[in-house]
Unconditional design. Structure first.
Ligand code: AMP
Length: 149
């Protein structure tokens, strides 16, 4: 039987588990959809953040959004990619998490998202928190508790 995580686990701060911003592939406001598609394809990531020049989070872009934006009646209009700016098509209704939040909040949000973008009080992008990282910690905790029984 799996024992449920206790309060200590849920109260853990997320800060130590973030993939820091300098390691996160991203695009900037003003970049073309073509550039974003290149980054997504080369990195193999399903979605990446869109940041502004001040490194604030502005939205999220993924391959599906880009393909959708160039869907014609008969074919995919790849030739339009250089003329589309990422900010015209990016997803903006994406839940953010503050850097000083705890696992409880992250777990709630990661039910529906593969990863979360982490920001500070000024909206500056600090990095991402992935479902994989949180699940790893949860698994570690469950096995630790099991061994201590
Ligand atoms: P993972 O848990 O490593 O499979 O990552 C899940 C998703 O988080 C990826 O598909 C990306 O959308 C995003 N992600 C993870 N690591 C990075 C990174 N270094 N740069 C940008 N996005 C990332």
């Amino acid at each position: 039987m799996i024992s449920l995580p206790n309060r200590d686990f849920l109260d853990t701060y997320i800060e130590d588990f973030i993939i820091s911003s300098e390691k996160v592939a991203h695009v900037q406001v003003g970049n073309s959809a073509e550039h974003a598609l290149l980054v997504l394809t080369k990195t193999g990531y399903s979605a990446i953040p869109v940041l502004d020049r001040k490194y604030r989070f502005r939205g999220l872009i993924n391959t599906q959004i880009i393909t959708d934006s160039i869907l014609g009646m008969e074919h995919i209009e790849y030739e339009r990619l250089p003329d589309i700016r990422v900010e015209e098509i990016m997803q903006t209704d994406f839940p953010l998490i503050k850097v000083d939040e705890r696992f409880q909040k992250a777990l709630d949000l990661l039910i529906n998202q593969n990863f979360l973008c982490v920001v500070d009080d000024d909206g500056l992008f600090m990095g991402i928190l992935t479902r994989r990282v949180i699940l790893k910690q949860l698994k570690k905790k469950i096995y630790q508790d099991k061994n201590n029984q």
